[in-house]
Ligand binder design. Structure first.
Ligand SMILES: NC(=O)c1ccc[n+]([C@@H]2O[C@H](COP(=O)([O-])OP(=O)(O)OC[C@H]3O[C@@H](n4cnc5c(N)ncnc54)[C@H](O)[C@@H]3O)[C@@H](O)[C@H]2O)c1
Length: 384
């Protein structure tokens, strides 16, 4: 790849091009020996103690010259993703024609003088970008152009995510946590996971539906007239697309109608017609509504959702709370194994698990069937 640049600022270590594959020891994946503030919950490479001298964690953002990244990288550098005691080295990847813009992003990161930013590696070279990374935020994707067929989009992105999945397998730390954001996010994650299958477990891969969850929570909070923080366990099932399934069957509102009481969202809203005919389509179409208003797609809210997704994965979800992550199905809720499907999950010590035994109403089941069908058709449309 042409015009690759490697920039390392303020890092005492070096990037190496060996020693991260197979049984090799990744120089950046040592487990912290520092005492953790909540050792039963946080991923052990994340430092949560103010008294330790932690190793920086290497975090790759692809599509780093794009608009989501322009919010995201500053949130990471300021400690919002990994907490106030965990330094980061940001790896930033974009395509060669965006090199100049990428340089500008690095200039602004430097000008931010973030105490937690231990260095940046801005590059257009895939190998350099993926070397030794422990967290991978795959934001970069080929956008759908005017007149472009969905099958063409799938094909363009299949090539990108196949290459980057292979790079993960080859160069990233074995425990790398991958979050795919670039659309079609679930299917791109499926492709990257498949490309890395021989070297990385499928549990390392996920796709973003947290923005859909946040949108749904916000709409419920507004409808009931409570702060968003009081709305718990709203779920998004399935594909990050128009067939996604926002579901409040198991959601509750804390301290409602008065402090100390917890009320099901279904009871608090008390309007099934609104939930089925207004709430669900509004969540499904929120992205389009933002584009219509802003003339640009959601960016800051997407960055915030990415931070929330990864923060909960590495630091753990709160007791009794669920979040939505698209992960590789293990057959739970009769979703075909292998599909990257959004489920309600809980996270502890850097591992997610699908919440079992939730009630699925016949109305929601029909929608689960439709989103499953769509995901299967996306996979069927991929180049063989
Ligand atoms: N899952 C979600 O909830 C969600 C939400 C919002 C946006 N998205 C998706 O996220 C993606 C990024 O959105 P954006 O607004 O930042 O777009 P953007 O067009 O502003 O930025 C995308 C960046 O990716 C880069 N890129 C393209 N191919 C690349 C490659 N092979 N390697 C590295 N970088 C590459 C582009 O050059 C560009 O800088 C889009 O696909 C968008 O649809 C998903």
């Amino acid at each position: 790849m042409e015009s690759a640049t490697l920039r390392i600022n303020n890092i005492s270590g070096h990037l190496t091009t060996s020693g991260v594959r197979g049984g090799g020891q990744c120089p950046f994946s040592q487990k912290s020996t520092a005492p953790l503030a909540c050792p039963e919950k946080a991923w052990s490479v994340i430092n949560t103690s103010p008294h330790a001298k932690p190793n920086p964690i290497r975090v790759l953002v692809t599509g780093a010259a794009g608009q989501i990244a322009y919010s995201l990288v500053f949130m990471i550098a300021s400690g919002q993703m990994f907490g106030p005691y965990q330094p980061v080295v940001l790896h930033l990847l974009d395509i060669p024609k965006m090199q100049e813009v990428l340089n500008g992003v690095v200039m602004e990161l430097n000008d931010g003088a973030f105490p937690l930013l231990a260095g940046t590696v801005a590059t257009t070279d895939v190998k350099t970008a993926f070397m030794g990374i422990q967290v991978c935020l795959m934001v970069g994707a080929f956008p759908r152009g005017p007149g472009m067929q969905r099958s063409d989009l799938l094909k363009m992105n299949a090539n990108i995510f196949k290459e980057q999945g292979a790079a993960l397998a080859k160069y990233a730390a074995r425990g790398v946590k991958v979050l795919v954001v670039g659309n079609p996010a679930n299917t791109n994650a499926y492709i990257a996971c498949l490309a890395a299958k021989a070297d990385l477990p499928s549990t390392n891969f996920s796709a973003l539906t947290r923005l859909d969850q946040n949108r749904a929570v916000s709409m419920i909070a507004e409808r009931v007239g409570v702060p968003v923080a009081k709305v718990k366990n709203v779920s998004i099932w399935g594909n990050h697309s128009l067939t996604q399934v926002p579901d409040v069957t198991n959601a509750v509102i804390q301290d409602f109608p008065e402090k100390g009481l917890t009320t099901p969202v279904l009871t608090a809203v008390n309007d099934n017609k609104w939930l089925e005919e207004s709430f669900i389509p509004q969540v499904q179409n929120r992205g389009a509504a933002v584009i219509a208003a802003r003339k640009l797609s959601s960016a800051a809210s997407a960055a915030n959702a990415i931070v929330g997704h990864m923060r909960d994965w590495v630091l753990g979800t709160k007791d009794g709370e669920t979040v939505s992550m698209a992960v590789v199905s293990d057959g739970s809720y009769n979703i075909p194994k292998g599909l990257v499907f959004s489920f309600p999950v809980q996270c502890r010590a850097g591992e997610w698990s699908i919440v079992q035994g939730l009630k699925i109403t016949p109305f929601i089941q029909l929608k689960l069937d439709a989103t499953t069908k769509e995901l299967q058709s996306e996979i069927d449309a991929l180049p063989k």
